[in-house]
Structures are given as structure tokens and as C-alpha cells.
Design a protein around this ligand. Sequence first.
Ligand SMILES: Nc1nc2c(ncn2[C@@H]2O[C@H](COP(=O)(O)OP(=O)(O)OP(=O)(O)O)[C@@H](O)[C@H]2O)c(=O)[nH]1
Length: 348
Amino acid sequence: MQVLQWLTYAGVFVLIAIGIKSILSEHLRHGYILFVFALLMMLNLVILHRTGSGNTFLRIFIGIVAALFIYLVATGGESNTGPLWFYVFPPLIFYMLGLRQGLVVMTSCLLVIAVIFKFPELPFVITEYNPDFQLRFLTSMTFVTVFSYILDFSRRRARNDLIDLAERYDLASRTDELTRLSNRRDMRNRLDTEYYRFKRHGHHFSVVLMDIDHFKRINDGYGHDAGDEVLKDFAKLLKEHSRHLDVISRWGGEEFLILLPETSLVQALALAERLRFAVESAEFSYQSMLIPVTMSAGVCSISQFESIEGLLRQTDINLYEAKMKGRNRIVPMVKSTSRPEEHDSESV
Ligand SMILES: Nc1nc2c(ncn2[C@@H]2O[C@H](COP(=O)(O)OP(=O)(O)OP(=O)(O)O)[C@@H](O)[C@H]2O)c(=O)[nH]1
């Protein structure tokens, strides 16, 4: 919209300058009409400032410019040079309106010009052009229109390709290549955003930090590719057992962190336990070899902490404790349906 406003200022300046020159050359009517167009452009600026509608501003601007150029063709402007201004129109119209609407407006204008050339006796036509000029003008204008269309088409396609590329790079920079989950950097940003929401609006959230037990043994026993496959299936399982608004990330090698918005510690523990049980019960396999997989997890809720760092530190401590206590468990501990005897001393 900024470009269009500057174009309006430039247009008003040029119209007033040429208007003054026309009046000085005794072409009073032409000069005054140019002033009227300048006034209309300024009024359009006022409408923009009053309504704030860029779309209305654009449409009125195009209407005024089209009317001005057709007026210049119909009257010849000064010394029949009016049609020359029309060469400004095609690039402007495609840039402003886009390809389809630009083509409609340009075709309509060319038709109007053809009518003006063909019927000089029409009431609003006050000049006449010789047939050579008419033919050359219409042909060259058609060329300019086609070239402007192609140039704008290329410009738009290059811009879309660039946006596409930027989006793909952006996604790649936020995604873990192996599991297609959020990576650590993306999770840090999401945690910061969630922490801001918590501080500002009091929306609680919790995190679950998971680690696949004895993952090195999987790599050593079944091979690195099998380890990769387990990581992918593990990520898929986490997705299947989480809510849509939960953010799952690959936090490190075989560590995964889930951010649970609007979730209390008790709810987070229930989810972590559900995940632990799902992992334990799932059949992980690679090339028809069954691979037993379990996970340990530390869980924390933001309400107990003053910062993201404090929250993550304690979650890590809880995970470490889960490992130390024998793995395949959650800390703080909850009652488990699969192994009730192991979760009795520190239940939440
Ligand atoms: N296949 C595969 N292995 C990975 C990847 N990232 C990390 N690892 C391996 O994960 C293993 C992690 O081993 P450790 O840190 O000793 O942990 P662990 O064997 O899971 O033992 P605990 O965590 O104590 O239960 C290392 O052998 C890493 O090489 C990966 O992308 N693919």
C-alpha cells in the first residue's frame, strides 16, 4: 500500500505540473481537467485515511488512472501526445491487480481505445489519429501488455518459489530429520511462548522428559539402523498417544520432551504413565526381529518453578531418578496398572 500512496503523490505532482503548463499554454480546459484528476487522487488518499481500506483505495486509484488515460486518448492531451501515457498502464496494472484482473482491465481498456480510434465522431472523442498511428499504437500496446503480463508472471512465480523455499528451510530448521518431530530449538521457543502465557495469563503447563532405556544396547545388539527404526516408531507412538495441542520434540539422541499446555502435574503424570505402558506393550521390530523397548520419564509442572531452566533441571533430575530406580518408570511415581508393586512408596 505504501507504493500506491507514493504513486498517488507522484501522480498528483505530475498532474498539477502538466495542468499548470497546459493553462500557461492556453489549453485551459485540459489544464482544469488534469486538476480535477489530481483532486480525485487526493480525495482517494483522504478516503484511505478515513476508512483504512487498502482494497477500496486500490480500486479507486485504478479507476481514476484508467479514466485519466482514456481521457488522454480520447482528447489527445496536448498535441495528440496523450496516448503515450498509456504505456505506463500495463506494468502498473499487473503489479497492482495481479495477472487475471490486470488482464481483464487491460483488455477492456484496449477495446475502449479501439472504439475511440474507430468512432472519432463519438461525443466524448475530440481528436482523431491517422490510421498508421492507430495500428502502431494498438500493436505496440498489445506487445507491452503481453510482456508486462509475462514479466509479472515470472516475478510472482519467483516470489512464490522464494516464499516456498523459506518456509521449507524454516520447517527444516525446526524439525528433527529422523522422527519429523520438533527439534530442541523449536521446543525451546515453544517453551518460552508457553512460559510467557503462564506468566501473563496463568495458563499452567507441564512437561514430560522421556528416555528410551538402554538404547545403546539396542544399537549394539541389533545395529544402528534398527536403533533409528526404534526411534521413528517411538516418535509415532508418542504422537498417537498425545493430544493435538501437545508439542512433542526430540530433545536429544534418545531423549524426547513433551510440552503439555493447560495440564496439571497429576494429568501429566497420568499421560506419562499411559505412554510408558504403551511403549512397554508395543511391539517394536526391525527386519522381523522383535526389539523389547521400555522408557523412563521425569515429569514436572511449571507451577512449582520460577523459570524454564528450573523446570527443565528438575525434570532432568526426575528422569535421572527414574533411571537410578531401575528404569521403565515415571518420577514422581504414580500407581501403575502394569506393575503396582513398584510404585507405592512415593505416589503422587
Ligand atoms: N541409532 C541411533 N542411535 C543414536 C542416535 N542418537 C543417539 N544414539 C545412541 O543412543 C545411545 C545412548 O546411549 P546412553 O546415553 O549410554 O544411554 P542408554 O544406553 O539409553 O542408557 P540409559 O539412558 O541409561 O538407559 C548412544 O549409543 C548413541 O550413539 C540416533 O539418531 N540413532
